[in-house]
Write a protein that binds this ligand. Structure first.
Ligand code: RIB
Length: 309
């Protein structure tokens, strides 16, 4: 089984469960709080590792107690942390998250040490990265580092997947065109293409324009409506699964983590998307981000009880 390299963020999720957002100047009691390990890069790495993938993580933690916990968390799931380094005098990344009773969330991120993951760190890890069969990226680290990693993958014939989250304007078309996989959600796709995306039909139109620019495989995650593929293998939609969602935080990361694990094992994009839609659906039935990701045994159990739409 080839290793997956995740080059990205880690955060401490500070999750407050709320009935509603307070108005300006208002103090409001909230029904619950939980702290957990998060960050889009770390979430994707942990989801893949929980399912059995071998993961190499490139990330930066701060100079605080959060850092020890994040490192221990990676190690708990067997993730290779030789390239997760501490940055002196800098706090770890944190993410205050607000989850409403209807399961939807609002997230703030404070990058902290994540902003110190630099192109030179990729070069320093080159020997280990060359052993990997896939490089996975998101946008919670510096864009220069993301572009350097894309270029590294292209130079060494390692497939590269970018999850362009959180949504960012002005991504370089030249760099995106070098990707093997781009996996945006609807908001991110709209921002990248400048086209309106409000469901599967408009997502298809926008996705086609991006594929025409050179990306091999574009997968749009559509939340409860599943996911859409457009690329070298044609186009199709993977249906969503009806579940009772209680917390959607990190559902996109669950999709990516599961997709990279199954694609790395089988190279079957369609089958990996089906697994990823199911894994993501399972994750929204639990609270938190990584804490809601099932391991392989729990995921197999969940799949016995689901009926595709
Ligand atoms: O995608 C969910 C993640 O976004 C959270 O874990 C939070 O840390 C932010 O990075």
């Amino acid at each position: 089984m080839s290793k997956i390299a995740v080059i990205g963020s880690n955060m401490v999720d500070l999750v407050t469960y709320i009935d509603r957002m307070p108005a300006q100047g208002e103090t409001l009691e909230a029904p619950g709080f939980a702290m957990g390990c998060g960050g889009k890069g770390a979430n994707q790495a942990v989801a893949a590792a929980k399912l059995g993938a071998q993961v190499l993580m490139l990330s930066k933690v701060g100079d605080d107690l959060f850092a020890d916990n994040t490192l221990a968390n990676f190690q708990r799931y067997g993730i290779d942390t030789r390239h997760v380094q501490r940055v002196a005098g800098v706090p770890s990344g944190v993410a205050p998250i607000f989850v409403q009773a209807d399961s939807h969330n609002s997230i703030l991120i404070v990058k902290g040490a994540n902003a110190h993951l630099l192109p030179a760190d990729i070069d320093a890890a080159a020997a280990d990265l060359r052993d990997c069969g896939l490089i996975v990226l998101q946008l919670e680290i510096n864009l220069a580092t993301v572009y350097h990693a894309i270029e590294f993958g292209r130079r060494h014939a390692i497939p590269v997947l970018l999850n362009p989250a959180p949504a960012l304007k002005g991504l370089s078309g030249e760099n995106l065109a070098q990707l093997d996989f781009l996996i945006p959600n609807e908001t991110e796709l709209a921002l990248i293409t400048g086209l309106p995306v409000t469901g599967p039909e408009s997502a298809l139109v926008a996705a086609k324009t991006l594929v025409a620019s050179g990306i091999k495989h574009l997968i749009v995650t559509l939340g409860e409506q599943g996911a859409l593929y457009v690329g070298e293998q044609g186009e199709w939609r993977t249906a969503g699964l009806p579940v009772k969602a209680i917390d959607t935080t990190g559902a996109g990361d669950a999709f990516i983590g599961c997709f990279i694990h199954h694609w790395s094992q089988t190279r079957d994009i369609r089958a990996a998307m089906q697994k990823a839609v199911a894994y993501s659906a399972c994750s929204v039935t639990g609270r938190g981000t990584q804490s809601s990701y099932p391991n392989a045994v729990a995921f197999a159990e969940f799949q016995k009880h689901i009926t595709p739409q």
